[in-house]
Design a protein around this ligand. Structure first.
Ligand code: SAM
Length: 310
């Protein structure tokens, strides 16, 4: 998901700090070279440093320069905009989300990496949770078709209705990832999952602290040797009121460096990380107007929980 913040006013010193951090990040952005063994062959050209597109960066920077923190926002002349909850926003987008992001090559590469590594580790019917599964495609669908026991969780009824229809060989549950982790942890389920995927679902309606806590909680549910694939739109903002696909929402995210650091702080070994660009087809999908969608940055992180030591 990308951030349209051009209509908002500036407010706090935290805002300026985040802009400075964001701009420095743009200038220094340089995806790490993955270990050869862990590098999905199909990704090399897709998520290489060639994404350093100055025009696009300038656009991101312009957008970032009008982010404001808070739960709703306005200029002095405007009526306050009431933000939607994450569930309301995604219910209103609905299954057309899948059309807007169809064919995202970096996501396909991340899922392929996971399928290959589970196979390499001889995990045939792995227990996998897809956090914020949306319509169930592509992640739940590909993983379930590969023979795994997949549970997709989401807070949007509209997304889950589509997911149940589109991916009958996976299970789905309406639950927020935060209580889900609490529940599973309380039930003694730490160390029981073979893999977890989090594709763009820790952005709307969460804080930066939530993102770090959720990654740590999910890492706790992984078996030793289990995998986490995490992707996000890596802009360092906390509780920023923005427009996404024409909808007012409150979002948080981390810079690429902070995102990778959060995965490492969760106790996982990062095998690969990269920042890429993608322009969702939101207008073609009928989700929003053409001027409400633009090129966005994506951070992908592939990680593994260290094997248990005897
Ligand atoms: C941007 S969409 C991505 C959907 C899917 N992962 C994909 O990549 O196609 C984010 C999804 O995460 C869900 N979501 C957002 N916050 C969530 C939360 N706290 N817990 C569970 N799901 C959440 C939304 O309802 C939405 O379906």
């Amino acid at each position: 998901m990308g951030f349209d913040v051009s209509h908002l006013s500036r407010s706090s010193s935290a805002f300026f700090a985040s802009i400075i951090a964001f701009l420095s990040n743009l200038l220094s952005r340089s995806p790490r070279t993955p270990d050869t063994k862990d590098q999905p062959a199909s990704e090399v050209s897709q998520i290489s440093p060639s994404d350093k597109n100055n025009a696009a960066d300038a656009k991101d920077a312009t957008a970032a320069a009008t982010v404001t923190e808070g739960t709703g926002t306005s200029t002095p002349e405007e009526e306050p905009t009431k933000s939607l909850t994450a569930a309301e926003a995604f219910d209103s987008v609905g299954p057309a989300y899948e059309d807007a992001f169809k064919g995202l090559p970096t996501q396909a590469a991340a899922i392929d990496w996971l399928v290959d590594h589970l196979k390499e580790n001889k995990v045939e019917k792995g227990k996998i949770v897809d956090v914020g599964c949306g319509t169930g495609r592509p992640a739940c669908s590909v993983l379930a078709d590969a023979g795994h026991d997949v549970l997709g969780i989401d807070i949007s009824e509209a997304m889950l209705t589509a997911a149940r229809e589109r991916v009958p060989n996976a299970r789905f549950e309406l639950v927020d990832v935060r209580p889900f982790i609490e529940r599973e942890t309380a039930a003694g389920k730490q160390g029981t999952l073979d893999a977890v995927t989090v594709f763009f679902s820790l952005i709307a309606g969460v804080t930066q602290d939530d993102i770090r806590a959720v990654l740590a909680g999910l890492a706790g549910l992984l078996k030793p040797g289990g995998f986490l694939v995490f992707s996000t739109v890596p802009i360092p903002v906390n509780n920023a009121a923005i427009k996404w696909m024409g909808r007012p929402v409150v979002v948080s995210s981390l810079s690429p460096e902070e995102g990778v650091a959060a995965v490492k702080a969760a106790g996982l070994d990062v095998k690969y990380d990269a920042v890429t660009k993608f322009t969702p087809k939101g207008a073609d999908a009928g989700i929003c107007a053409a001027d409400e969608v633009w090129e966005e940055s994506h951070l992908f992180v592939y990680a593994q929980k260290p094997a248990a030591t005897a």
